[in-house]
Design a protein around this ligand. Structure first.
Ligand code: ZN
Length: 198
């Protein structure tokens, strides 16, 4: 970009690396930042550093947390006999918004994708297996209804069923190819309530 200064160009480049941000949005954000008072920009940059420094993985469910174990894993109100397996932290937020689920979670950190070279060893599968004990009644596989989610569901159900635990999956209803995090709360609640044994 010929007429844009180096520092502004660099900021645009950094923003355009973010998910869902194209070149135009990146330019808009960069110009917005440029117009902000310096103290506001410092607040934003400090928030970025804080989240990176303070957040870690929960040693039980592998979700992001500031305290280990996380608030859900350490809550006495949650039913630890039911583990809901999701791909990403966003999926936990989506299910929590329904207020209908009272069990605990396990965040895999992605889905199986042979095309992208993501295998079981790249996900928190081992960490899930060590949680399966006689106290666990049910594992709900709440993965996205796309090829990767389906592959992960099949892989995990084959792995978990021989361990003698009940394995269920969400009912159909979330649009195929859709994302749990974008499903509305009513749809997600129905999918949870209508879950089926695999
Ligand atoms: Zn946790």
């Amino acid at each position: 970009m010929l007429y844009i200064s180096e520092s502004l160009n660099q900021l645009i480049e950094e923003f355009s690396q973010l998910p869902g941000i194209g070149k135009k949005s990146a330019q808009r954000l960069a110009l917005y930042i440029l117009k902000l008072p310096k103290e506001d920009v410092l607040k934003i940059s400090q928030a970025l550093v804080n989240v990176k420094e303070r957040m870690k993985y929960c040693s039980i469910c592998c979700n992001f947390t500031e305290t280990d174990p996380c608030g859900i894993c350490s809550s006495s109100k949650r039913e630890v006999d039911t583990i809901c397996v999701v791909a990403e932290p966003n999926d936990v937020l989506a299910i929590e918004k329904t207020s209908e689920y009272h069990g605990v979670y396990h965040v895999l950190g992605g889905s199986l994708s042979p095309l992208e070279g993501i295998g079981p060893e790249d996900l928190k599968v081992k960490e899930l297996l060590v949680r399966i004990c006689s106290d666990v009644d049910e594992v709900i596989l709440a993965l996205n209804p796309n090829i990767e989610g389906e592959a992960t569901t099949i892989y995990l159900s084959r792995l978990l069923k021989p361990l003698g635990v009940k394995v269920t999956r969400l009912a159909r209803g979330i649009p195929i190819g859709g994302d749990l995090e974008f499903a509305d709360e009513a749809t997600l609640t129905r999918a949870l309530e209508g879950r089926v044994v695999v």
